[in-house]
Design a protein around this ligand. Structure first.
Ligand code: DX5
Ligand code: ZN
Length: 217
């Protein structure tokens, strides 16, 4: 388990001022910028595409952690890589060939992540864990910010922590959804080392205090 990194989700940012928002997040101590990409099909919401990621790229030096909730996903991997993504994370249900998606992401020179929905078992990772740089455990059903943390996912985080440790490789274990001062320490205790936080980062407007609060939780 690596030191905890905080990845604010810009889903909760002011979309009319996204450039300023990512710049402010960097100054506030964020480690990564988490970009939630939704297609109105794989998940019941629509957000942003590669053009926005590209437009944001000059506004911060932080890694862009791009969470792709789009299906089929493969046709968009090149565009998000070109737009300046650092990590591209895909859901196994978002394409017919997860292993192929991972290979494509790596061929593009990007870090490859796999994200598991709340009902998706850890064993989905069995034959790809040696290929991935990041595993994302969804602690809400993807689509919206501000949802309640699903506690059953702690057991899955712990199981994946054991799988990761057994590989002997460095693989980020990220948790996304309903992270706050109460759930952050639970997720970390279970084995997570990257916390995505939308609502908890932006609440009240003091991003630096909120990020520090999560890190210290
Ligand atoms: C949900 C997204 C999350 C979301 C988290 O589909 O993947 O990244 O923005 O928001 P909070 O932290 O508000 O639960
Ligand atoms: Zn996300």
């Amino acid at each position: 388990q690596q030191p905890v990194r905080i990845a604010p989700s810009i889903l909760s940012a002011d979309f009319a001022r996204l450039g300023e928002e990512v710049c402010t997040l960097e100054a506030a101590g964020a480690d990564w910028i988490h970009v939630d990409v939704m297609d109105g099909h794989f998940v019941p919401n629509l957000t942003i595409g590669p053009a926005v990621v590209k437009a944001l790229r000059p506004h911060t030096t932080l890694p862009f952690d791009v969470h792709l909730m789009i299906s089929p996903v493969d046709g968009f991997l090149d565009a998000f890589a070109d737009a300046g993504a650092t990590t591209l994370t895909v859901h196994p249900e978002a394409g017919p060939h997860l292993h192929r998606s991972i290979q494509r992401i790596k061929a593009l020179g990007k870090r490859a992540g796999v994200s598991l929905n709340p009902a998706t078992p850890a064993k989905m990772l069995d034959y790809v864990i040696d290929e991935v740089d990041l595993v994302l455990v969804m602690s809400v059903n993807p689509g919206f910010g501000g949802q309640k943390f699903i506690a059953s996912q702690l057991k899955k985080i712990a199981a994946i922590r054991r799988m990761i440790d057994a590989t002997g490789r460095t693989i980020d274990l990220q948790v996304d959804g309903g992270i706050d001062a109460v759930t952050a320490p639970q997720a970390i205790a279970a084995g997570a080392d990257v916390l995505v936080a939308g609502t908890a980062t932006f609440a009240g407007g003091n991003y630096a205090a909120n990020i520090a609060g999560l890190r210290g939780a």
